[in-house]
Design a protein around this ligand. Structure first.
Ligand code: COA
Length: 161
């Protein structure tokens, strides 16, 4: 894992996910609505997938994650797993009551920075078509191509050098 990225914007602190965060992360997940978790996984997954969680906290650069805190508790997290050399797929989830308040943008900025530091040049994301606003946000990080299939937009961002 790269060095801690701690950034304060108002009440917000971003840092890499560490094993001590797991209980709090699961508590945040419990607070998310079924609609929000559906949007994250494109399916109904009320329990946080354990294999994915184990990969996130393994001390490895293969799967990295960052959490956002506001006034203490975790309110969102983003992850990026290596799917091919120089290519990572990201996932992002912000607790309902903190959405549209800049947390997602801050998380994306951190995970993109961490990924670039690890040599990633291309970021992929799969978002539901209703989430197309997020694609606009992804475009701010580099040249972005999109394809849509069965209600899912796959975006590929070539990070700026
Ligand atoms: C998608 C998600 C991570 C965005 O997080 P957020 O904290 O709400 O995002 P921000 O407040 O930082 O939004 C930044 C910008 O992204 C765009 N955006 C984010 N969510 C949007 C939405 N639902 N509709 C349209 N635009 C959206 C907007 O341009 C927004 O800027 P604005 O608020 O100034 O208009 C959050 O809604 C979420 O957790 N959704 C459920 C999980 C999910 O869909 N994950 C993506 C698939 S992995």
């Amino acid at each position: 894992m790269t060095a801690v990225i701690a950034r304060s914007t108002g009440l917000e602190v971003l840092a890499p996910l560490v094993p001590a965060d797991v209980a709090e992360l699961l508590a945040m997940y419990e607070r998310c609505s079924a609609e929000t978790t559906y949007r994250r996984w494109h399916g109904h997954l009320r329990a946080f997938p354990t294999a994915y969680l184990a990969a996130l906290v393994a001390d490895s650069d293969e799967h990295i994650a960052v959490v956002a805190r506001r006034e203490g508790p975790i309110v969102g997290f983003a992850s990026a797993g290596e799917v091919a050399p120089g290519v990572r797929e990201i996932g992002i989830l912000v607790e309902d009551r903190w959405q549209r308040r800049g947390v997602g943008r801050a998380l994306l900025t951190s995970i993109m920075t961490m990924s670039a530091e690890l040599g990633t040049r291309v970021i992929q994301a799969e978002v539901r078509t209703e989430e197309a606003g997020l694609v606009g946000l992804l475009r701010t990080f580099g040249s972005t191509s999109v394809r849509t299939s069965y209600g899912v937009v796959t975006a590929q961002v070539v990070l700026r050098a």
